[in-house]
Design a protein around this ligand. Structure first.
Ligand SMILES: [Cu+2]
Length: 498
Protein backbone atom coordinates (compact mmCIF):
# COMPACT_ATOMS: atom_id res chain seq x y z
CA UNK A 1 0.00 0.00 0.00
CA UNK A 2 1.29 3.41 -0.91
CA UNK A 3 0.98 6.07 1.71
CA UNK A 4 4.40 7.65 1.54
CA UNK A 5 3.28 10.85 -0.09
CA UNK A 6 6.11 13.24 -0.60
CA UNK A 7 5.72 16.77 0.62
CA UNK A 8 5.09 19.71 -1.62
CA UNK A 9 8.63 20.95 -1.00
CA UNK A 10 10.09 17.71 -2.29
CA UNK A 11 8.27 18.29 -5.52
CA UNK A 12 9.45 21.86 -5.68
CA UNK A 13 12.88 20.34 -5.77
CA UNK A 14 11.72 17.88 -8.38
CA UNK A 15 10.26 20.59 -10.56
CA UNK A 16 13.28 22.83 -10.14
CA UNK A 17 15.86 20.22 -11.00
CA UNK A 18 13.74 18.28 -13.47
CA UNK A 19 14.98 15.13 -11.74
CA UNK A 20 11.99 13.19 -12.88
CA UNK A 21 11.85 9.45 -13.25
CA UNK A 22 9.24 9.30 -15.96
CA UNK A 23 8.26 5.74 -15.18
CA UNK A 24 8.15 5.95 -11.46
CA UNK A 25 8.15 2.50 -9.96
CA UNK A 26 10.80 3.76 -7.58
CA UNK A 27 10.24 7.37 -8.44
CA UNK A 28 8.47 8.50 -5.33
CA UNK A 29 10.90 6.82 -3.04
CA UNK A 30 13.68 8.56 -4.88
CA UNK A 31 11.99 11.94 -4.46
CA UNK A 32 11.34 11.51 -0.74
CA UNK A 33 14.94 10.44 -0.26
CA UNK A 34 16.12 13.86 -1.40
CA UNK A 35 17.17 16.21 1.40
CA UNK A 36 14.51 18.60 2.59
CA UNK A 37 15.59 22.13 1.71
CA UNK A 38 13.17 24.77 2.92
CA UNK A 39 13.26 27.99 0.98
CA UNK A 40 14.14 31.13 2.90
CA UNK A 41 12.18 33.54 0.72
CA UNK A 42 8.54 33.73 1.75
CA UNK A 43 7.45 34.54 -1.79
CA UNK A 44 9.33 31.75 -3.54
CA UNK A 45 7.26 29.54 -5.83
CA UNK A 46 6.21 26.00 -4.95
CA UNK A 47 6.93 24.86 -8.50
CA UNK A 48 8.90 26.17 -11.44
CA UNK A 49 8.19 25.23 -15.04
CA UNK A 50 10.52 26.40 -17.78
CA UNK A 51 9.53 26.26 -21.46
CA UNK A 52 12.51 25.87 -23.80
CA UNK A 53 13.78 24.22 -26.97
CA UNK A 54 15.36 20.91 -26.05
CA UNK A 55 17.10 17.93 -27.62
CA UNK A 56 15.29 14.78 -26.54
CA UNK A 57 16.84 11.36 -27.05
CA UNK A 58 13.93 9.02 -27.73
CA UNK A 59 16.22 6.06 -28.58
CA UNK A 60 19.96 5.66 -29.14
CA UNK A 61 20.92 7.95 -32.02
CA UNK A 62 17.30 9.12 -32.39
CA UNK A 63 17.38 12.66 -31.06
CA UNK A 64 14.46 14.97 -31.74
CA UNK A 65 14.38 18.73 -31.32
CA UNK A 66 11.27 20.04 -29.64
CA UNK A 67 9.91 22.39 -26.97
CA UNK A 68 9.67 20.89 -23.48
CA UNK A 69 9.05 21.73 -19.84
CA UNK A 70 12.19 21.75 -17.66
CA UNK A 71 14.33 20.24 -20.42
CA UNK A 72 12.66 16.83 -20.34
CA UNK A 73 9.93 14.89 -22.00
CA UNK A 74 7.45 14.37 -20.48
CA UNK A 75 7.38 17.43 -18.23
CA UNK A 76 7.81 16.77 -14.50
CA UNK A 77 5.06 14.90 -12.71
CA UNK A 78 3.44 17.47 -10.44
CA UNK A 79 1.77 15.97 -7.38
CA UNK A 80 -0.57 18.51 -5.84
CA UNK A 81 -2.80 18.11 -2.81
CA UNK A 82 -6.47 18.71 -3.37
CA UNK A 83 -7.49 22.07 -1.94
CA UNK A 84 -3.94 23.14 -0.97
CA UNK A 85 -3.05 26.36 -2.86
CA UNK A 86 0.09 26.42 -5.01
CA UNK A 87 2.29 29.11 -6.50
CA UNK A 88 3.80 28.24 -9.87
CA UNK A 89 6.36 30.25 -11.82
CA UNK A 90 6.04 29.79 -15.58
CA UNK A 91 9.18 30.79 -17.48
CA UNK A 92 9.21 31.01 -21.24
CA UNK A 93 12.66 30.80 -22.83
CA UNK A 94 11.29 30.67 -26.39
CA UNK A 95 10.58 33.40 -28.94
CA UNK A 96 6.84 32.65 -28.89
CA UNK A 97 4.32 33.81 -26.26
CA UNK A 98 2.94 30.66 -24.61
CA UNK A 99 -0.14 29.41 -22.82
CA UNK A 100 0.05 26.63 -20.24
CA UNK A 101 -3.33 24.96 -19.75
CA UNK A 102 -4.20 23.13 -16.50
CA UNK A 103 -6.29 20.48 -18.18
CA UNK A 104 -9.14 19.02 -16.10
CA UNK A 105 -8.87 21.48 -13.20
CA UNK A 106 -11.57 23.86 -11.95
CA UNK A 107 -9.44 27.00 -12.04
CA UNK A 108 -10.16 30.64 -12.97
CA UNK A 109 -9.85 32.04 -16.49
CA UNK A 110 -6.80 34.04 -15.33
CA UNK A 111 -4.75 30.85 -14.84
CA UNK A 112 -6.56 28.29 -17.02
CA UNK A 113 -4.16 28.88 -19.91
CA UNK A 114 -6.40 29.62 -22.89
CA UNK A 115 -6.07 32.92 -24.76
CA UNK A 116 -9.68 32.48 -25.93
CA UNK A 117 -10.80 32.81 -22.29
CA UNK A 118 -8.57 35.83 -21.74
CA UNK A 119 -5.67 34.16 -19.89
CA UNK A 120 -2.61 36.43 -20.33
CA UNK A 121 0.22 34.88 -22.35
CA UNK A 122 3.52 33.91 -20.76
CA UNK A 123 5.61 36.44 -22.70
CA UNK A 124 8.44 35.30 -24.97
CA UNK A 125 11.62 35.34 -22.84
CA UNK A 126 9.48 36.33 -19.88
CA UNK A 127 7.58 34.77 -17.01
CA UNK A 128 4.24 34.69 -15.19
CA UNK A 129 3.57 33.66 -11.63
CA UNK A 130 0.21 32.06 -11.08
CA UNK A 131 -1.57 30.85 -7.97
CA UNK A 132 -4.46 28.44 -7.79
CA UNK A 133 -6.05 25.78 -5.66
CA UNK A 134 -5.72 22.34 -7.29
CA UNK A 135 -9.00 20.45 -7.69
CA UNK A 136 -10.57 18.01 -8.26
CA UNK A 137 -8.45 15.05 -7.13
CA UNK A 138 -7.15 12.63 -9.71
CA UNK A 139 -5.07 12.43 -12.87
CA UNK A 140 -4.89 15.79 -14.67
CA UNK A 141 -2.21 17.26 -16.91
CA UNK A 142 -0.69 20.42 -18.25
CA UNK A 143 0.03 21.28 -21.83
CA UNK A 144 0.45 24.20 -24.19
CA UNK A 145 -2.77 25.71 -25.51
CA UNK A 146 -1.21 27.62 -28.39
CA UNK A 147 -2.77 27.42 -31.82
CA UNK A 148 -0.39 25.67 -34.26
CA UNK A 149 -2.29 25.97 -37.55
CA UNK A 150 -0.01 24.81 -40.35
CA UNK A 151 3.08 25.01 -38.09
CA UNK A 152 3.92 21.49 -36.93
CA UNK A 153 6.67 22.86 -34.63
CA UNK A 154 4.07 24.66 -32.50
CA UNK A 155 1.24 23.88 -30.12
CA UNK A 156 0.91 20.35 -28.84
CA UNK A 157 2.92 18.95 -31.75
CA UNK A 158 5.82 19.92 -29.45
CA UNK A 159 6.77 18.13 -26.24
CA UNK A 160 4.85 20.54 -24.01
CA UNK A 161 2.97 17.90 -22.05
CA UNK A 162 3.33 16.80 -18.43
CA UNK A 163 1.21 14.82 -15.94
CA UNK A 164 -0.45 16.17 -12.80
CA UNK A 165 -1.69 14.01 -9.98
CA UNK A 166 -3.89 15.68 -7.39
CA UNK A 167 -3.83 13.67 -4.18
CA UNK A 168 -7.31 13.13 -2.76
CA UNK A 169 -7.95 13.92 0.90
CA UNK A 170 -8.21 10.18 1.49
CA UNK A 171 -6.03 7.83 -0.56
CA UNK A 172 -7.61 4.70 -1.92
CA UNK A 173 -5.23 1.89 -0.98
CA UNK A 174 -6.23 -0.87 -3.36
CA UNK A 175 -2.88 -1.12 -5.16
CA UNK A 176 0.80 -1.62 -4.44
CA UNK A 177 2.23 1.21 -6.51
CA UNK A 178 1.68 3.65 -9.33
CA UNK A 179 3.24 3.94 -12.78
CA UNK A 180 2.61 6.98 -14.96
CA UNK A 181 2.64 6.48 -18.75
CA UNK A 182 2.60 9.41 -21.18
CA UNK A 183 1.92 8.41 -24.80
CA UNK A 184 3.35 10.78 -27.40
CA UNK A 185 4.45 10.94 -31.05
CA UNK A 186 7.26 13.00 -32.55
CA UNK A 187 8.22 14.38 -35.96
CA UNK A 188 4.84 15.10 -37.52
CA UNK A 189 4.25 15.52 -41.25
CA UNK A 190 1.20 16.35 -43.36
CA UNK A 191 -0.45 14.01 -45.83
CA UNK A 192 -3.54 14.06 -48.01
CA UNK A 193 -4.33 10.37 -47.91
CA UNK A 194 -7.52 10.75 -45.94
CA UNK A 195 -7.80 9.28 -42.48
CA UNK A 196 -8.17 5.58 -41.85
CA UNK A 197 -11.62 4.88 -40.48
CA UNK A 198 -11.43 3.62 -36.90
CA UNK A 199 -14.19 1.37 -35.74
CA UNK A 200 -13.74 0.58 -32.07
CA UNK A 201 -16.44 2.59 -30.31
CA UNK A 202 -19.65 1.08 -28.98
CA UNK A 203 -22.54 1.54 -29.41
CA UNK A 204 -21.96 1.56 -33.17
CA UNK A 205 -25.28 3.12 -34.21
CA UNK A 206 -24.78 5.86 -36.78
CA UNK A 207 -27.38 8.45 -37.71
CA UNK A 208 -28.39 8.18 -41.37
CA UNK A 209 -29.16 11.88 -41.74
CA UNK A 210 -25.71 12.83 -40.43
CA UNK A 211 -24.02 10.28 -42.66
CA UNK A 212 -25.76 11.39 -45.84
CA UNK A 213 -25.09 15.07 -45.04
CA UNK A 214 -21.40 14.35 -44.43
CA UNK A 215 -20.94 12.07 -47.43
CA UNK A 216 -22.69 14.42 -49.86
CA UNK A 217 -20.62 17.41 -48.68
CA UNK A 218 -17.45 15.34 -49.14
CA UNK A 219 -18.49 14.07 -52.57
CA UNK A 220 -19.40 17.58 -53.73
CA UNK A 221 -15.97 18.83 -52.67
CA UNK A 222 -14.13 15.98 -54.42
CA UNK A 223 -16.28 16.47 -57.54
CA UNK A 224 -15.03 20.07 -57.72
CA UNK A 225 -11.49 18.66 -57.93
CA UNK A 226 -10.54 19.36 -54.31
CA UNK A 227 -8.01 16.97 -52.75
CA UNK A 228 -8.67 15.45 -49.33
CA UNK A 229 -7.88 17.86 -46.48
CA UNK A 230 -4.54 17.45 -44.72
CA UNK A 231 -4.05 14.88 -42.00
CA UNK A 232 -1.03 14.59 -39.68
CA UNK A 233 1.12 11.47 -39.35
CA UNK A 234 4.25 10.85 -37.26
CA UNK A 235 7.63 9.23 -37.67
CA UNK A 236 8.35 8.26 -34.05
CA UNK A 237 6.17 6.96 -31.24
CA UNK A 238 7.08 6.94 -27.54
CA UNK A 239 5.92 6.12 -24.04
CA UNK A 240 7.46 8.41 -21.42
CA UNK A 241 9.65 9.83 -24.15
CA UNK A 242 11.33 6.57 -25.19
CA UNK A 243 10.61 4.32 -28.17
CA UNK A 244 9.62 0.71 -27.42
CA UNK A 245 12.64 -1.26 -26.26
CA UNK A 246 14.74 1.80 -25.48
CA UNK A 247 13.34 2.96 -22.17
CA UNK A 248 13.47 1.42 -18.71
CA UNK A 249 11.10 -1.53 -18.53
CA UNK A 250 8.28 -1.48 -15.99
CA UNK A 251 9.68 -4.02 -13.50
CA UNK A 252 7.01 -5.94 -11.63
CA UNK A 253 6.67 -8.83 -9.20
CA UNK A 254 4.16 -11.62 -9.47
CA UNK A 255 1.04 -10.86 -7.44
CA UNK A 256 1.60 -7.11 -7.44
CA UNK A 257 -1.24 -4.74 -8.19
CA UNK A 258 0.06 -1.89 -10.29
CA UNK A 259 -2.03 1.23 -10.80
CA UNK A 260 -1.25 2.60 -14.26
CA UNK A 261 -2.05 6.26 -14.88
CA UNK A 262 -2.15 6.56 -18.68
CA UNK A 263 -2.22 9.92 -20.45
CA UNK A 264 -2.64 10.34 -24.19
CA UNK A 265 -0.41 13.37 -24.77
CA UNK A 266 -0.84 13.27 -28.56
CA UNK A 267 -1.73 16.38 -30.52
CA UNK A 268 -3.97 14.46 -32.88
CA UNK A 269 -3.98 10.67 -32.44
CA UNK A 270 -6.27 8.17 -30.78
CA UNK A 271 -4.26 5.51 -28.94
CA UNK A 272 -4.92 1.98 -27.75
CA UNK A 273 -3.02 -0.05 -25.20
CA UNK A 274 -2.95 -3.76 -24.39
CA UNK A 275 -0.75 -6.00 -22.23
CA UNK A 276 -0.81 -9.64 -23.40
CA UNK A 277 -2.30 -12.02 -20.84
CA UNK A 278 -3.46 -9.23 -18.52
CA UNK A 279 -6.61 -7.20 -17.92
CA UNK A 280 -6.91 -3.54 -16.98
CA UNK A 281 -9.36 -2.85 -14.18
CA UNK A 282 -10.43 0.68 -15.01
CA UNK A 283 -10.97 2.66 -11.79
CA UNK A 284 -10.96 6.23 -13.11
CA UNK A 285 -11.56 8.03 -16.41
CA UNK A 286 -9.96 11.46 -16.84
CA UNK A 287 -8.99 11.23 -13.17
CA UNK A 288 -12.56 10.81 -11.94
CA UNK A 289 -13.47 7.61 -10.11
CA UNK A 290 -15.97 5.59 -12.16
CA UNK A 291 -19.19 4.27 -10.58
CA UNK A 292 -18.55 0.75 -11.87
CA UNK A 293 -14.88 -0.30 -12.14
CA UNK A 294 -14.56 -3.01 -14.80
CA UNK A 295 -11.78 -5.16 -16.24
CA UNK A 296 -11.07 -4.75 -19.96
CA UNK A 297 -8.42 -6.22 -22.31
CA UNK A 298 -7.77 -2.97 -24.18
CA UNK A 299 -7.69 0.72 -23.29
CA UNK A 300 -8.67 3.33 -25.88
CA UNK A 301 -7.81 6.98 -25.36
CA UNK A 302 -8.61 9.94 -27.55
CA UNK A 303 -6.24 12.89 -27.51
CA UNK A 304 -5.98 14.26 -23.93
CA UNK A 305 -7.97 11.43 -22.33
CA UNK A 306 -6.59 9.73 -19.22
CA UNK A 307 -7.29 6.30 -17.78
CA UNK A 308 -6.30 5.00 -14.35
CA UNK A 309 -6.38 1.20 -14.28
CA UNK A 310 -5.10 -1.50 -11.95
CA UNK A 311 -3.30 -4.51 -13.46
CA UNK A 312 -2.85 -7.62 -11.35
CA UNK A 313 0.51 -9.04 -12.29
CA UNK A 314 -0.43 -12.69 -12.56
CA UNK A 315 1.04 -13.79 -15.89
CA UNK A 316 4.85 -13.93 -15.48
CA UNK A 317 7.12 -13.23 -18.41
CA UNK A 318 8.49 -10.32 -20.38
CA UNK A 319 5.75 -8.54 -22.32
CA UNK A 320 5.18 -5.63 -24.63
CA UNK A 321 2.48 -3.29 -23.42
CA UNK A 322 1.69 -1.54 -26.66
CA UNK A 323 -0.63 0.02 -29.19
CA UNK A 324 -2.81 -2.32 -31.24
CA UNK A 325 -1.66 -0.62 -34.46
CA UNK A 326 1.30 -2.76 -35.62
CA UNK A 327 2.87 0.11 -37.52
CA UNK A 328 2.75 2.53 -34.58
CA UNK A 329 4.02 -0.12 -32.16
CA UNK A 330 6.89 -1.09 -34.45
CA UNK A 331 7.83 2.60 -34.61
CA UNK A 332 7.95 2.85 -30.85
CA UNK A 333 4.49 2.97 -29.26
CA UNK A 334 5.00 0.51 -26.44
CA UNK A 335 6.86 -0.24 -23.21
CA UNK A 336 8.33 -3.49 -21.86
CA UNK A 337 6.80 -5.02 -18.72
CA UNK A 338 9.28 -7.37 -17.07
CA UNK A 339 8.55 -9.74 -14.19
CA UNK A 340 11.29 -10.20 -11.58
CA UNK A 341 13.41 -13.26 -12.36
CA UNK A 342 12.43 -13.29 -16.03
CA UNK A 343 14.59 -12.25 -18.94
CA UNK A 344 13.66 -12.94 -22.52
CA UNK A 345 12.76 -11.13 -25.71
CA UNK A 346 9.57 -9.16 -24.94
CA UNK A 347 6.46 -10.80 -26.36
CA UNK A 348 3.51 -9.10 -28.05
CA UNK A 349 0.21 -10.84 -28.75
CA UNK A 350 -2.74 -9.02 -30.28
CA UNK A 351 -5.91 -9.15 -28.18
CA UNK A 352 -9.24 -10.26 -29.63
CA UNK A 353 -11.26 -7.40 -31.21
CA UNK A 354 -12.75 -5.31 -28.44
CA UNK A 355 -15.18 -2.40 -28.50
CA UNK A 356 -14.68 0.53 -26.15
CA UNK A 357 -17.87 1.62 -24.43
CA UNK A 358 -17.80 4.33 -21.76
CA UNK A 359 -21.14 3.01 -20.43
CA UNK A 360 -19.39 -0.14 -19.23
CA UNK A 361 -18.15 1.99 -16.31
CA UNK A 362 -21.47 3.80 -15.71
CA UNK A 363 -24.00 3.60 -12.90
CA UNK A 364 -26.18 0.58 -13.72
CA UNK A 365 -29.81 1.44 -14.37
CA UNK A 366 -29.39 5.09 -13.40
CA UNK A 367 -30.79 8.03 -15.37
CA UNK A 368 -29.30 11.51 -15.33
CA UNK A 369 -31.53 14.29 -13.97
CA UNK A 370 -33.12 16.48 -16.66
CA UNK A 371 -31.22 19.63 -17.64
CA UNK A 372 -32.50 23.19 -17.23
CA UNK A 373 -31.56 23.88 -20.85
CA UNK A 374 -30.22 21.97 -23.86
CA UNK A 375 -27.75 23.32 -26.42
CA UNK A 376 -27.63 21.69 -29.83
CA UNK A 377 -24.33 21.56 -31.67
CA UNK A 378 -24.09 20.26 -35.23
CA UNK A 379 -20.51 19.55 -36.26
CA UNK A 380 -19.50 19.65 -39.90
CA UNK A 381 -16.36 19.50 -42.02
CA UNK A 382 -15.62 21.70 -45.05
CA UNK A 383 -13.16 19.49 -46.89
CA UNK A 384 -9.80 21.21 -47.62
CA UNK A 385 -11.53 24.62 -47.41
CA UNK A 386 -8.79 26.45 -45.47
CA UNK A 387 -5.62 26.46 -47.62
CA UNK A 388 -5.89 22.69 -47.97
CA UNK A 389 -6.83 22.11 -44.32
CA UNK A 390 -10.30 20.98 -43.38
CA UNK A 391 -12.39 23.75 -41.86
CA UNK A 392 -14.58 22.70 -38.93
CA UNK A 393 -17.86 24.33 -37.94
CA UNK A 394 -20.26 24.18 -35.01
CA UNK A 395 -23.78 25.15 -36.13
CA UNK A 396 -22.25 26.53 -39.32
CA UNK A 397 -19.67 28.79 -37.64
CA UNK A 398 -15.91 28.24 -37.53
CA UNK A 399 -14.09 29.82 -34.57
CA UNK A 400 -11.94 32.66 -35.97
CA UNK A 401 -8.41 31.46 -36.67
CA UNK A 402 -6.85 34.50 -35.04
CA UNK A 403 -7.30 32.63 -31.74
CA UNK A 404 -8.43 35.66 -29.72
CA UNK A 405 -11.45 36.28 -27.51
CA UNK A 406 -14.71 36.47 -29.47
CA UNK A 407 -18.28 36.87 -28.20
CA UNK A 408 -19.54 33.66 -26.59
CA UNK A 409 -22.05 31.60 -28.55
CA UNK A 410 -23.72 29.96 -25.57
CA UNK A 411 -24.81 31.60 -22.33
CA UNK A 412 -24.93 30.06 -18.87
CA UNK A 413 -26.56 30.99 -15.58
CA UNK A 414 -24.66 29.95 -12.49
CA UNK A 415 -26.10 26.88 -10.78
CA UNK A 416 -28.09 25.67 -13.80
CA UNK A 417 -27.59 22.24 -15.35
CA UNK A 418 -26.99 22.19 -19.09
CA UNK A 419 -27.09 19.47 -21.71
CA UNK A 420 -24.99 19.66 -24.86
CA UNK A 421 -26.43 17.54 -27.67
CA UNK A 422 -23.63 16.88 -30.13
CA UNK A 423 -24.39 15.73 -33.65
CA UNK A 424 -21.36 14.75 -35.72
CA UNK A 425 -21.90 15.14 -39.48
CA UNK A 426 -18.35 13.96 -40.19
CA UNK A 427 -16.75 10.53 -40.32
CA UNK A 428 -13.98 11.59 -37.89
CA UNK A 429 -13.92 10.73 -34.22
CA UNK A 430 -13.67 13.90 -32.15
CA UNK A 431 -12.20 14.06 -28.61
CA UNK A 432 -14.51 16.78 -27.24
CA UNK A 433 -13.16 18.87 -24.34
CA UNK A 434 -14.78 21.30 -21.89
CA UNK A 435 -12.54 23.65 -19.93
CA UNK A 436 -12.79 24.40 -16.19
CA UNK A 437 -15.74 22.01 -15.61
CA UNK A 438 -16.44 18.27 -15.73
CA UNK A 439 -19.36 16.82 -17.65
CA UNK A 440 -21.46 13.72 -17.20
CA UNK A 441 -22.05 11.38 -20.14
CA UNK A 442 -25.81 11.07 -20.43
CA UNK A 443 -26.37 9.56 -23.90
CA UNK A 444 -24.00 7.74 -26.25
CA UNK A 445 -25.16 6.94 -29.79
CA UNK A 446 -28.78 6.76 -28.69
CA UNK A 447 -28.19 4.80 -25.48
CA UNK A 448 -28.82 6.60 -22.16
CA UNK A 449 -26.12 6.46 -19.50
CA UNK A 450 -25.28 8.18 -16.21
CA UNK A 451 -22.57 8.65 -13.62
CA UNK A 452 -19.41 8.81 -15.77
CA UNK A 453 -17.70 12.19 -15.25
CA UNK A 454 -15.11 13.30 -17.78
CA UNK A 455 -13.51 16.35 -19.37
CA UNK A 456 -12.75 14.76 -22.77
CA UNK A 457 -14.90 12.25 -24.62
CA UNK A 458 -14.67 10.64 -28.04
CA UNK A 459 -17.65 11.41 -30.24
CA UNK A 460 -17.96 8.74 -32.95
CA UNK A 461 -18.24 9.43 -36.68
CA UNK A 462 -21.84 10.25 -37.75
CA UNK A 463 -22.92 9.69 -34.15
CA UNK A 464 -24.77 11.67 -31.51
CA UNK A 465 -23.85 12.16 -27.88
CA UNK A 466 -25.19 14.09 -24.92
CA UNK A 467 -23.10 15.64 -22.14
CA UNK A 468 -24.47 17.38 -19.05
CA UNK A 469 -22.66 19.87 -16.88
CA UNK A 470 -23.45 22.26 -14.07
CA UNK A 471 -22.45 25.89 -14.48
CA UNK A 472 -20.45 26.20 -11.28
CA UNK A 473 -17.23 28.03 -12.27
CA UNK A 474 -18.03 31.52 -13.62
CA UNK A 475 -16.05 33.01 -16.49
CA UNK A 476 -15.48 32.37 -20.17
CA UNK A 477 -15.32 28.64 -20.81
CA UNK A 478 -13.83 27.09 -23.90
CA UNK A 479 -15.37 24.03 -25.52
CA UNK A 480 -13.48 22.41 -28.35
CA UNK A 481 -12.27 19.34 -30.13
CA UNK A 482 -8.87 18.41 -28.67
CA UNK A 483 -7.55 17.17 -32.01
CA UNK A 484 -5.09 19.98 -32.76
CA UNK A 485 -5.90 20.14 -36.48
CA UNK A 486 -9.61 20.36 -35.72
CA UNK A 487 -9.46 22.97 -32.94
CA UNK A 488 -6.99 25.11 -34.89
CA UNK A 489 -9.25 25.18 -37.93
CA UNK A 490 -12.52 26.19 -36.38
CA UNK A 491 -13.73 23.48 -33.97
CA UNK A 492 -14.06 25.68 -30.87
CA UNK A 493 -16.76 27.68 -29.18
CA UNK A 494 -17.18 29.71 -25.98
CA UNK A 495 -19.66 29.66 -23.12
CA UNK A 496 -20.05 32.69 -20.91
CA UNK A 497 -21.93 33.31 -17.66
CA UNK A 498 -24.69 35.89 -17.79
CU1 LIG B 1 -12.13 16.85 -33.84
Amino acid sequence: MRNDIASRRDFLKLAGTAAYAAVCPTGLRAFTAQPFSPSSAADSPDYVLRIAATAVEIAPKHIVSTITYNGKFPGPLLRFKEGQPVKVDLHNDTDTPEQLHWHGQFVSTDVDGAAEEGTPFIPAHGMRRIEFTPRPAGLRFYHTHNRAGADLYAGQYTGQVGPVYIEPQHLPGDYDREVFLVLKEFEPALSQGGDMAQDFLAPTAKVNALESAGESAMNASLAKGMPHGYEVGYRYFTINGRMLGHGDPVKVKQGERVLFHVLNGSATEIRSLALPGHLFKVVALDGNTVPMPAAVPVLWLGTAERISAIVEMNHPGVWIMGDLADDDRSHGMGIVVEYAGHSAKPVWAAPKPFHWNYSRFAKAGATAPPPDQTFDMLIAKDNAAEDGFNRWTINGAAYPMTGGVVPASFHLKQGQRYRVRLRNASDDIHPIHLHRHSFELTRIAGAPTAGVLKDVVMLGGYQEMELDFTADNPGLTLFHCHQQLHMDFGFMTLFDYV
